[in-house]
Ligand binder design. Structure first.
Ligand SMILES: C[S@@+](CC[C@H](N)C(=O)[O-])C[C@H]1O[C@@H](n2cnc3c(N)ncnc32)[C@H](O)[C@@H]1O
Length: 274
């Protein structure tokens, strides 16, 4: 798959072209582009950093070593938000919703903490055309990529980007705080794929010794800005699921949802109404 992907990159073509012209000889220039890409890949650089692209939620996103490569598991975060927005609205299909109910949800306010490439904020902006979406990162270099991705998908007027250390710079009341925070513990470093350790941004992956350090700061901060009845939704891993559940004491309807491999992947919790 990597060879195919890098050849598509070297030839600037799609998979169909590759198979339709499998007997075509590469030009010298194409061969050298492909050789360079293979050399990078063989020293461990993830294919996405070589091609500069990764698909997420049906969107082609630009990625550089300044941002984490969006993972398919993170799409469960999007599914969870969409399900909870919809369940707040009740079971009717959108065409049958009264204008008042649609109007109510048009004010849904979401903040994505640790936006990286912008994948979560942009997928939600695409799915919820009336929502007000804010996206935060501590890294200016990541925010630059997220902004470029917003422009690439004509969503730059829909997402407000801010540089902030978690929610410290954020004011106002939100319906959803959503985050795929750094959650790998430094004590697990040896079990993390070498490619991730060597090439993905360290502050996007590692959170401290146990992996729950960033989440432990985020939960009380989210509590102050989520409206009563609003939700905190975070991507997690199986290693920290139990600890995260404990940290969510005092929240309601705490759910730990599993990914397709049955690994705990999303924690969702509702702020009590009173
Ligand atoms: C696991 S990555 C997630 C990126 C993207 N949301 C995704 O799902 O692919 C975590 C992101 O959080 C950012 N981050 C780390 N510490 C932060 C902090 N204290 N405040 C804000 N953002 C932070 C990193 O720069 C990184 O972009």
């Amino acid at each position: 798959m990597n060879a195919e992907l890098l050849l598509m990159f070297a030839l600037s073509c799609d998979r169909a072209y590759l198979f339709a012209h499998s007997d075509r000889e590469l030009t010298k220039q194409e061969q050298s582009r492909y050789d360079n890409a293979l050399a990078e890949r063989s020293r461990g650089v993830p294919a996405q950093y070589i091609t500069g692209h990764q698909e997420f939620w049906g969107m082609d996103l630009i990625v550089t070593p300044a941002v984490l490569i969006p993972r398919p598991e993170t799409e469960h975060v999007i599914e969870t938000v969409l399900e909870l927005v919809t369940s707040d609205l009740g079971p009717q299909p959108s065409a049958k919703r009264s204008p008042e109910v649609r109007g109510l949800k048009s004010k849904v306010r979401i903040v994505d903490v640790g936006t990286g490439s912008g994948c979560i904020a942009l997928a939600l902006a695409k799915e919820l055309p009336d929502a007000e979406i804010h996206a935060i990162d501590i890294s200016p270099a990541a925010l630059e990529i997220a902004r470029a991705n917003a422009a690439r998908h004509q969503l730059e007027h829909r997402v407000h980007f801010h540089q902030s250390d978690l929610l410290t710079g954020v004011r106002g009341e939100f319906d959803f705080v959503v985050s795929n925070p750094p959650y790998v513990g430094e004590s697990e470093e040896d079990s993390v794929q070498l490619e991730v350790r060597k090439f993905e941004p360290r502050n996007a992956v590692f959170a401290g010794r146990t992996g729950t350090e960033v989440i432990a700061c985020l939960i009380p901060q989210a509590r102050t800005i989520v409206r009563p009845g609003g939700w905190l939704i975070m991507e997690i891993s199986g290693t920290i699921a139990e600890e995260v559940s404990k940290l969510l004491v005092g929240w309601e309807e705490v759910q730990i949802r599993r990914d397709l491999q049955r690994i705990p992947r999303v924690a969702a919790a509702k702020k009590p109404k009173t």
